[in-house]
Write a protein that binds this ligand. Structure first.
Ligand code: COA
Length: 187
């Protein structure tokens, strides 16, 4: 049997709605983005990005905004006119497992498709996360642009533990995720 609500409970205002919006980054998000990147660089998850780099590439970033707090980030990095990378994807530890990472990647895919890129890829240790979103495992050698731009500078290049994952974008025009660069994650 449920306990009847007290008069005080009945009078209490409803809890605030905690919605998550995946949206394009703005100038005032740069500090939060840099903080999340830095935390993940320290943990060995991401490559560094400076504030100047983030500001310069702001059009390529999405953020997950929960009631004004940035709890997730992700960016596109253009490798060539026909190849774009998912880069600097991260969700705050307190917010993982709520669909926010998936919402960010779907937003980045939609944006890459909107810009006409035929191929999107990532180098990642979160392989299952990406394959569930429709990426396929492939060879690093398929992306010599990436190898020459970033991997040559990486101390782990001879024993890289990241897997290359790729998705073709041109043949999925009817994909329901194609509609927007913003959306709600799971509550
Ligand atoms: C990877 C990451 C972005 C996922 O964000 P998220 O908001 O937790 O993702 P979602 O809630 O959309 O999806 C969670 C699912 O992905 C899976 N997942 C998360 N990280 C994973 C990993 N490293 N390997 C495999 N699967 C992973 C979870 O197990 C979960 O599966 P479930 O739904 O069956 O429980 C987040 O864990 C993160 O910020 N990691 C650190 C940074 C990082 O590694 N970034 C990727 C660089 S390419």
């Amino acid at each position: 049997m449920s306990t009847p609500a007290s008069a005080a409970d009945a009078a209490a205002p409803p809890p605030p709605q905690r919605t998550v919006q995946v949206r394009p980054a703005r100038d005032d998000d740069v500090a939060a983005i840099v903080t999340i990147v830095a935390e993940n660089v320290r943990l060995g998850h991401l490559l560094p990005r400076s504030a100047a780099d983030v500001r310069h590439s702001l059009d390529n970033w999405l953020v997950a905004d929960r009631d004004g707090s940035i709890i997730g980030i992700g960016s596109l990095l253009v490798m060539t006119p026909v190849l774009v990378e998912v880069r600097s994807l991260a969700v705050a530890p307190a917010a993982v497992g709520q669909g926010i990472g998936a919402a960010l990647v779907r937003g980045l895919i939609a944006e890459a498709r909107r810009r006409g890129f035929p191929t999107i890829f990532a180098l990642t240790r979160a392989v299952g996360f990406f394959t569930r979103l429709g990426f396929s495992i492939t060879e690093h050698e398929r992306f010599p642009e990436k190898v020459w731009r970033d991997c040559v500078l990486c101390p782990l290049r001879e024993r890289c533990d990241e897997t290359a994952v790729v998705m073709a974008l041109h043949d999925q025009a009817g994909d329901p995720d194609d509609t927007a660069t913003s959306g709600d994650a799971r509550p």
